[in-house]
Design a binder for this molecule. Structure first.
Ligand code: PLP
Length: 412
């Protein structure tokens, strides 16, 4: 019998649904010759700012550009230390280096996989001192000023922003949200006694529109959101060779613009984002219910009461990850690992001088993570097969001596 494959991610169905509208964007660009800048970019910027409940949005070339420009526009100085987590996509730290900063890490919380705010407090309190002359907070180990922190809203779940903002205020740090996986995620601030949307919480936030993200372009794209007009203005210059007026350059900038066709495509897809995020949440709830009903020996994602995740990824933890991934691939079920090697152990960052054991939570978690198929169009039937396959695998493993029957859910 042929089993149907279940992809990790489906980038075809959502585009087929919208094919006619998406093609119109391309046609209108051809007919008007508007390929860079112009009304499609401006419309998207104001719509996305509104979606994120931020005052300003500036479209840029990628999420990496968005992080780089956000750091530069909020005043990062050459050499300054920027703190983030070791379990993010490397773009977070690449942007820090590209902006002239020095990345350093704080370990993560084992439940949420986001920045451990107690470890952040400990770093600032015990691993830094205030330089009497400059008034700067200086890292003892790096002998450089610590000036910013980038919490990552990993897998679509917001980091715990209240304590991060409180520490940032106390120590004079700039907070840039890495919201590249969190379009539409919400955080309940007890300081403000209200729900906030990712992208409106820090001094600025970076979004990626890489095709696989919750809001994806048909190519590359990114954006910075901020409530600070001067930051938005600075980023408009940075993305366009340091100019606001053609050929009058205020500073040496970059070629880092969002192009008009991508902006037009994003405008169309943005109208569906709320519904797609809702479907992701429903799919996540189904996974949770199916695993719980079976009492599976698998660690589920933890969703604190103050977080509304948009489930960019649905990530479980298991002991024998490698074997399970292989088994699922034989069952034609696509999975991913986000991410197999924490950044402090990557060859690219050997220069930072870290070793195994330095960020034990991030390291332990990295060896156990497995991202299951997750996309808005995933069906309950597909999810049942994913969970059944995982249960069959864990049963066979747990009961090697006994005889375990094949696990099949009763029909719903
Ligand atoms: C995707 C991603 C980025 C980078 O975005 P690009 O558009 O690929 O440059 C940065 N940080 C995180 C956490 C991401 O997932």
């Amino acid at each position: 019998m042929n089993i149907k494959s279940i992809p990790f991610l489906d980038l075809v169905s959502p585009h087929m649904e919208l094919k006619a509208e998406l093609c119109e964007v391309f046609q209108s660009a051809l007919e008007t010759g508007g390929f860079v800048g112009g009304p499609m970019v401006e419309t998207f910027e104001s719509e996305f700012a509104a979606y994120c409940e931020a005052k300003f949005c500036v479209g840029v070339g990628s999420g990496t550009d968005a992080l780089t420009f956000a750091l530069l526009a909020t005043g990062l100085k050459a050499g300054d230390v920027v703190l983030t987590v070791p379990n993010t996509f490397i773009a977070t730290t690449e942007a820090i280096s590209q902006a002239g900063g020095t990345p350093d890490f704080v370990d993560i919380n084992e439940q949420t996989y986001n920045m451990d705010v107690d470890k952040l407090a400990e770093y600032l309190e015990t691993q830094c001192y205030v330089d009497q002359q400059s008034g700067n907070l200086v890292s003892r180990k790096l002998q450089k000023p610590v000036s910013a922190v980038i919490p990552v809203h990993l897998y679509g779940q917001p980091a715990d922003m209240d304590p991060i903002l409180a520490l940032a205020e106390r120590y004079g740090l700039t907070v840039i949200e890495d919201a590249c996986q969190a379009h539409g995620a919400r955080y309940h601030s007890s300081r403000q006694q209200r729900w906030q949307t990712a992208g409106s919480i820090g001094r600025a936030a970076a979004f990626s529109f890489y095709p696989g993200k919750n809001l994806g372009a048909c190519g590359e794209g990114g954006a910075v959101t901020t409530n600070d007009e001067s930051v938005a203005r600075h980023i408009r210059m940075l993305r366009d060779h340091g100019q606001l007026q053609k050929y009058y350059h205020q500073l040496p900038g970059y070629n880092g613009r969002l192009d008009a066709i991508q902006a037009g495509i994003l405008n169309i897809k943005l109208k569906r984002l709320q519904e797609w995020n809702k479907k992701r949440r429903e799919a996540a709830a189904r996974y949770l219910a199916l695993f719980r009903a079976a009492g599976a020996d698998v660690v589920m994602p933890h969703n604190p009461a103050w977080a509304k995740s948009v489930y960019h990824l649905f990530v479980i933890r298991v002991q024998n990850r490698q074997e399970l991934q292989k088994y699922l691939s034989q069952e034609k079920i696509g999975t991913g690992i986000h991410y197999p090697v924490p950044l402090h152990l990557q060859n690219a960052y050997q220069g930072l001088g870290y070793a195994e054991g330095d960020f034990p939570v991030a390291e332990r978690v990295a060896s156990e993570l497995l991202s299951l198929p997750m996309f808005p169009q995933i069906t309950e039937e597909q999810q049942r097969r994913v969970v059944e396959s995982i249960l069959n695998f864990t049963n066979e493993n747990a009961l090697q001596s006994k005889r375990a029957g094949r696990y099949v859910f009763a029909a719903s």
